[in-house]
Design a protein around this ligand. Structure first.
Ligand code: URA
Length: 233
């Protein structure tokens, strides 16, 4: 729980004394009800605070992990397809969350969201080289030559050069792939370039984070320790 005046200050509305006047003027609502008590306690995670009908997000930094099901595109809105934003629970909608990187419509697994623009850019920066681990089912079976070609860095059909990546054959038609970049359809295109088209793809890990027991279609908030660990990557 947090004081309403502090929440407004953290949202960049103004100084404590300016915020006090604004609240007393009846311009602030909590869950749709005007709140004139500057010291009222609010829960930024579950309550909606608006100034002149515009929602405030506060300074609370959110990082959310989703276990994405197939069939949703990674976008904030789309005319045709369902987007991953629809999988966020109501209390997390409109809090400035954006997906960190992207998973294809057919790909399942770990997708992060954050309302912290700086953290988002750091995590998707190619300089960061955050390793991402995928489980793939595919045609054919990976050989030692495929493992070596991944490690050396593949050149895709359109000339795109990929950095060295790790291919671990798990059995006939199954592999684990670790990449440190996020080019368009990267894993599918890398596997296709070795004549092993992917039939199923799941992201299982990103940096130190793994899906764990999170059920498909569900979300959880990262802890402050997990966020710190991401920052140190
Ligand atoms: N590589 C892909 O091909 N697709 C994804 O969704 C993620 C990585």
């Amino acid at each position: 729980m947090e004081r309403l005046d502090k929440f407004l200050c953290d949202s960049g509305v103004g100084t404590r004394s300016q915020v006090k006047l604004i609240i007393k003027a009846g311009r602030v609502t909590v869950d749709g009800v005007v709140q004139k008590d500057v010291g009222a306690k609010i829960d930024p995670l579950t309550q909606t605070v608006c100034l002149d009908a515009e929602q405030l997000t506060g300074a609370i930094r959110l990082v959310v992990m989703l276990n994405k099901p197939a069939g949703y595109i990674t976008a904030t809105e789309d005319k045709q397809d369902k987007t991953v934003m629809e999988l966020l629970p109501k209390e997390l909608q409109g809090r400035g969350l954006n997906p960190v990187g992207r998973l294809d419509k057919a790909t399942e697994g770990l997708l992060l969201f954050t309302n912290d623009g700086e953290l988002l850019h750091r995590l998707i920066s190619p300089k960061k080289e955050v390793p991402k681990v995928y489980y793939a089912r595919h045609e054919g079976t990976a050989t030692d030559a495929d493992v070596a070609a991944f490690a050396a860095g593949l050149t895709l059909a359109d000339g795109t050069v990929c950095r060295g990546a790790k291919l671990q054959p798990l059995g006939p038609g199954e592999s684990r792939i670790t990449v440190c970049e996020g080019k368009y359809h990267q894993v599918r295109r890398m596997m296709a370039s070795r004549h092993m088209p992917v039939t199923y793809l799941e992201r299982q890990k990103e940096g130190n984070l793994s899906l764990g027991e999170l059920p498909r279609g569900q979300i959880r908030l990262l802890t402050e320790e997990e966020i710190q660990a991401l920052e140190e990557k």
